[in-house]
Design a protein around this ligand. Structure first.
Ligand code: SF4
Ligand code: SF4
Length: 454
């Protein structure tokens, strides 16, 4: 009998180990003797042997495991086949803020707004794409800052929103939130998926770092905009920027939002995510404040244990551990975590098409044009479409591959010179943090998943 390459063990305390398999989703609590037997692959009887097989921890042969991986891959394909296509639009790269970590540092951010003709061409491209590939499509407005002030800018955004509304194409908006409130009357004409806003620590830190050029701060305006959107039933997603300066301010931020009643909104109206402040491609001005991903999860977990109100603001998914505790199931395996060129495209104001926001505006990453003519460069698109843990050599045997999904193609390309190369994430360290956070609940469940799942 052979052990699955996807088996994992996390020590919870001296008497308990979490034994789990990230492909099958099996998760069990084992005592020291159970763990020793498991580690050497020596079951203490037929019943235990049968149990290990039923949970996907062991197979009769490598070929049997390969067959099982293929079955799970088919499940993944069925699950993702219906995935919507997100087509983002950067109507201009200009912004009214000057944030130090902006992904667009290094991109020409002069104010250039899309022409009406280009907006019409964009909507035609989106509807044509939906028809040709028989896909549900939604549009996300991105920037720069897409909700800038100024008559021309507003009228062009209004034209876009009206056209999308007419074609019944849903819209999401990624904005710094400064002008959100004054744009709501325009935006609500379309079906709004969500407004994605960023908070950068509590008010003092946020205002110091995310401010219009006059330095007047933006925290209060963003909160007002958020509340106005929620009042209209428009979902909001808050991205919380994490680095060594913002982390200690999160209890104060969470208190402020909780006191305003924002954290009691239902999940379909208010979501949140952690945005690690990190050096994606450019030189970041102050490296000493940046977290590595595993350090961020460790410190964030310490923080939510100490200040539960921060968990109310955001509880990490811990690669499926939160879902396991809440619903008894880990997620379906993820054979590909990079949507660029597959379920995501980005169109910019001068007619170019890119695979995603990280590559948008960068030379060498163009995948085609939608204006003045639609042209897709399939040679350029090919590696993005083919990229997955089934095609990146290093990922094929990786013990956490089906959670990591191969990482980010742009970072992989910048670091290794090839899109078809890995961008590793510290998945096991993050799973360990999730198991630490939920240790009490996990220890109270005999077997977290009762059913045999393969
Ligand atoms: S290349 Fe990176 S940033 Fe772009 S879609 Fe893939 S994972 Fe996301
Ligand atoms: S990118 Fe690295 S961690 Fe992720 S699946 Fe590939 S080898 Fe594993």
């Amino acid at each position: 009998m052979v052990p699955s390459r996807y088996n994992q063990v996390t020590k919870i305390d001296d008497s308990n180990y979490a034994v789990y398999n990230v492909l099958s989703g099996a998760f069990d609590i084992a005592g020291p003797d159970d763990y020793e037997a498991f580690k050497v692959g020596s079951p203490r009887g037929d019943e235990e042997r049968e149990y290990w097989f039923s949970r996907g921890y062991f197979f009769d042969s490598r070929e049997d495991e390969e067959k099982y991986i293929d079955e799970r891959y088919q499940d993944y394909l069925v699950e993702t086949n219906g995935t919507e296509m997100q087509i983002l639009l950067v109507p201009g790269y200009a912004c009214n803020f000057n944030c130090s970590y902006c992904y667009q540092r290094g991109v020409d951010t002069d104010y250039k707004m899309m022409s009406e003709e280009a907006i019409r061409a964009f909507v035609t491209f989106v509807t044509g794409y939906a028809e040709r590939y028989d896909k549900q499509v939604y549009v996300t407005l991105f920037g720069g800052e897409p909700l800038l002030d100024g008559k021309t800018h507003r009228s062009r955004i209004e034209l876009l929103v009206n056209m999308l509304a007419e074609k019944e194409i849903p819209l999401a908006v990624v904005t710094n939130g400064y002008n959100l409130e004054s744009y709501l009357d325009i935006l609500e004409k379309a079906e709004i998926r969500e407004i994605h806003l960023t908070l950068d620590g509590d008010k003092p830190v946020h205002d110091e770092r995310r401010s219009p050029l006059d330095g007047s701060g933006s925290f209060d305006r963003i909160i007002d905009g958020m509340q106005a959107a929620l009042k209209k039933g428009i979902p909001v997603n808050i991205r919380i920027i994490i680095d060594r300066i913002t982390m200690p301010t999160l209890p104060s931020l969470a208190d402020r939002l909780d006191t305003s009643g924002l954290l009691d909104q239902p999940v379909n109206l208010l979501k949140s995510s952690l945005g690690r402040n990190y050096e994606l491609i450019n030189e970041y001005p102050d490296q000493s404040i940046l977290y590595s991903m595993d350090e961020m999860y460790r410190d964030y977990t310490d923080l939510i244990i100490k200040h539960p109100v921060v968990a109310k603001l955001h509880t990490p998914a811990y690669f499926g551990i939160t879902n396991l505790v809440n619903s008894g199931e880990m997620y379906i395996p993820n054979f590909d975590s990079c949507p660029a060129g597959k379920s995501e495209l980005v169109c910019d104001f001068d007619g170019k098409i890119y695979g995603c926001t990280a590559s948008c505006g960068r030379d060498g990453y163009e995948l085609g044009t939608f204006y003045p003519a639609v042209k897709l460069d399939f040679d350029q698109i090919k590696p993005w479409r083919e990229r997955s843990i089934k095609t990146i050599g290093e990922c094929m045997d990786c013990s956490v591959g089906v959670l990591c999904g191969g990482g980010c193609g742009v970072i992989a390309n910048e670091q290794n010179g090839s899109v078809m190369s890995p961008n590793c994430k510290p998945v096991k360290a993050i799973l360990d943090q999730g198991i630490r956070y939920y240790s009490k609940q996990l220890l109270n469940a005999d077997s977290v998943l009762d059913e045999s799942i393969i």
